[in-house]
Ligand binder design. Structure first.
Ligand code: IPM
Ligand code: MG
Length: 357
């Protein structure tokens, strides 16, 4: 029997509520499957830890995480701690320190979940956005001089390396190849950004030669928002820079009905380090503690985690359960229902126990 060591970091806002829901589903799957075990350790890192100690996680945090097979992450962000501190103190050091360079964001319209797009339902929108997750606009290069003076200057430099672009392109082509439509859209802004993103286009063309069976095209990011909205069926796998894909994935989540269902996987494809799985939605202070956070994004990312660990059957079972519960109308308010987090979780666990797949 395979045992996987999972580091759970619920962190801030609704993070603890959705991670608790996710762990209940994972435990139910473990019992149902009988073929694997999850050994979960929870870490109390995040904004409370920052208020207590001045640090989002201990100095040796990343070192301690190396012992785990995967990281199951809630959300960071608190109203009284600046966002750049919460982000650069916990989530980005894990993504960047563990070279989780592929950020994978699937989007589908789940049964019964209304899309804001007219005449678009399940099957019409089935995308995976691959976000470059190690460099680009999030490289952390830049600085400020003459602070507070009229001549103050700040730079925010986007970094694109041949190694970084080639590896994400290869990952995206491979993923596109594994999906039935074998279709990839490469997003840039290479009309205006004429260095890094022209190189991005050139590398896409080079890497495409390794994947002759993948059909691919290029889109400028502004035009891409129009295509996603007006012609969602024309897209399948999408690859974009760190910032562009950040923006497009919020749009994707909204078009599929709610950010509350959108998952993400921060993957080190070479498996040198643990990969990290999280819902996209963030800490959501407005609904924290109300018991109505949508747990679906966390279930979905738990399914991504199971797949990454090598348990595709359990991953499939979890998604089938989520879809069945959504179809029955047991849904949280963000997707038009009246159920609580716990009611959705109980229904998903019930479905897993009875699932015939
Ligand atoms: C996301 C989020 C983060 C990001 C925020 C919290 C910094 O928006 O995962 O998409 O931009 O990476
Ligand atoms: Mg985002």
């Amino acid at each position: 029997m395979n045992t996987y060591r999972i580091a759970a970091i619920p962190a801030d806002g609704i993070g603890p509520e959705v991670i608790s829901a996710g762990l209940q589903a994972l435990e139910t799957l473990e019992k149902r499957d009988g073929g694997f075990k999850l050994d979960v350790t929870s870490f109390d890192w995040g904004s409370d830890h920052y208020r207590r100690t001045g640090k989002m996680m201990p100095e040796d945090g990343p070192e301690r995480l190396k012992a785990y097979d995967a990281i199951f992450f809630g959300a960071v962000g608190a109203p009284d701690v600046p966002d750049h501190i919460t982000l650069w103190g916990l989530r980005l050091p894990i993504c960047q320190g563990f070279d989780q360079y592929a950020n994978v964001r699937p989007t589908r319209i789940l049964p019964g979940v209304p899309s804001p797009l007219a005449n678009v339902g399940p099957g019409d929108l089935d995308w995976v956005i691959v976000r470059e997750n190690s460099e680009g606009e999030y490289a952390g290069h830049g600085g400020r001089a003459h602070r507070g003076l009229p001549e103050e200057v700040a730079t925010e430099v986007a970094i694109f390396t041949r190694v970084g672009v080639t590896r994400i392109m290869r990952y995206a082509f491979k993923l596109a190849q594994s999906r039935p439509r074998k279709l990839l859209t490469v997003v840039t802004k290479s009309n205006a950004q004429r260095f890094g993103l022209v190189m991005w286009d050139e590398i896409a063309a080079e890497v495409s030669k390794e994947f002759p069976d993948v059909t691919w095209d290029k889109m400028l990011v502004d035009a891409m928002t129009v295509r996603m909205t007006l012609n969602p069926k024309s897209l399948d796998t999408i690859v974009a820079t760190n910032l562009h894909a950040d923006i497009l994935s919020d749009l994707a989540g909204a078009l599929a009905g709610s950010l509350g269902v959108a998952p993400t996987a921060n993957i080190d494809p070479e498996r040198r380090y643990p990969s990290m799985f999280e819902p996209i939605h963030g800490s959501a202070f407005d609904i924290t503690g109300k018991g109505i956070a949508n747990p679906i994004a966390t279930f979905w990312t738990a399914a991504q985690m199971l797949e990454h660990l090598g348990e595709p059957k359990a991953a499939e079972r979890l998604m089938a359960a989520v879809e069945a519960v959504a179809a029955k109308g047991i849904r949280t308010p963000d997707i038009g229902g009246t159920a609580t987090t716990q009611q959705v979780t109980d229904a998903v666990c019930e479905e897993i126990r009875g699932a015939n797949i």
